[in-house]
Write a protein that binds this ligand. Structure first.
Ligand code: UD1
Length: 340
């Protein structure tokens, strides 16, 4: 293929992980060439086969650590990388509190090595996997991109620090085009049942926990508090289907190719759903029981969190399409087939 006809080649760090693998499917379906870099710290090689099965397309896979300069050199010298979508990083809030140095070292190191290598090879486009966790606590919802920032755990702080590093880098390099996507609560799975989320051990997050209960692996869900100021007293969050989230990355990538500078963009649905509303939707759509008990509030939890999504709509043309029923159905479908 001649250089002019070449499709853009996208490096996806952490491309075997939950959100990364879904994003790779969208990229391949849209005709991009893809190079995945992953060290399987929190992902499995089967995800790569699943991507091939879903898309009937192939990609380059490089196993290694994004923080390792030699590994990054190997990728950038062998492939003309036009843009990077950067997912690689540790993501468990509780673990980050117990092992802060591990989180700061890994999440910052991967990003710094990546940015240094991108600079060396003249690659200016980056989409970064940030999080709504960068926002300071707020009584009023929705959260706007202009809300004050403030984090309460090392995981969130690494996201905030990386946003800052990217901001400073973009400021210093007039060719840089970076987009930080601040995800709300990604859930669900690929409708094929081939890709999804399978956390090690007992899940911390609500949806994987419900799936474990519904499939009989855990006896009952503990609902953390029913005395919040919400529709039914239980915590409300902005859940977004992982396939919608993957599509947001595609829109962000296209946006990154069109302009320079840095943007921070919320990716959610703009709707809050309570824990009990999720449980009810899950039971109804999957025809299963989800036994639960109300327990104490979980320390650090907020009553309500949801996004203002108008900026994503305006600059990316992105609106989430899937609803809570889709999220519950696809999460269960994957869980039945894959969760141990
Ligand atoms: C958590 C992380 C956030 C991360 C997000 C990814 C914290 C403080 N925040 O957000 O940084 O980006 O996951 O999805 O951990 N719940 C129960 N019982 C359970 C589990 C959860 O009632 O067993 C409730 C929670 O109280 C909350 C809601 O379900 O109201 C969602 O919880 P969860 O899925 O853990 O997400 P967040 O806490 O919003």
């Amino acid at each position: 293929m001649s250089e002019t006809n070449r499709k853009p080649c996208i490096l996806v760090t952490g491309g075997a992980g939950f959100i990364g693998s879904h994003t790779v499917c969208e990229l391949l379906n849209a005709g991009y060439d893809v190079v995945i870099a992953d060290n399987f710290f929190n992902a499995k090689p089967e995800a790569l086969d699943a991507i091939r099965e879903i898309t009937h397309k192939d990609f380059v896979f490089m196993e290694g650590d994004v923080a390792d300069h030699e590994f990054m050199e190997k990728i950038f010298s062998a492939h003309k990388i036009d843009a990077v979508i950067h997912f690689a990083g540790y993501k468990a809030v509780g673990e980050s509190v117990a092992k802060p140095l591990m989180y700061y070292r890994n999440n910052l190191d991967t990003t710094l090595t990546l940015l240094e290598t991108m600079k060396k090879y003249g690659c200016h486009h980056l989409v970064f996997s940030s999080s709504a966790t960068v926002y300071a606590e707020s009584e009023s919802m929705p959260l706007y991109e202009s809300n004050p920032l403030g984090t309460s755990n090392p995981y969130g702080e690494t996201k905030r620090m990386i946003e800052r590093i990217l901001g400073d880098t973009a400021h210093a390099d007039k060719d840089a085009s970076f987009v930080c996507l601040r995800y709300f609560n990604p859930v669900g799975a690929h409708p094929s049942g081939l890709l999804g989320e399978d956390p090690n051990g007992i899940p911390n997050n609500l949806m994987p926990f419900i799936v474990k209960v519904a499939t009989g692996k855990i006896e009952k869900l503990r609902v953390f508090g029913n005395d919040y100021d919400t529709v039914d007293g239980t915590g409300m969050r902005d859940y977004i289907h992982v396939v919608d989230l993957a599509k947001a990355h595609l829109a962000a990538l296209e946006y990154a190719f069109k302009r320079t500078g840095i943007d921070y963009i919320n990716i959610g649905t703009g709707n809050g759903t309570s824990v009990l509303q999720i449980v009810e939707a899950f039971k109804k759509v999957n025809h299963v029981d989800v036994p639960y008990e109300i327990t104490e509030r979980r320390p650090g939890d907020l009553a309500k969190v949801w996004a203002d999504t108008s900026y994503a709509k305006r600059v990316l043309g992105f609106t989430a399409e899937k609803n809570i029923e889709d999220m519950c159905r696809d999460a269960y479908n994957y869980g039945v087939k894959h969760m141990k």
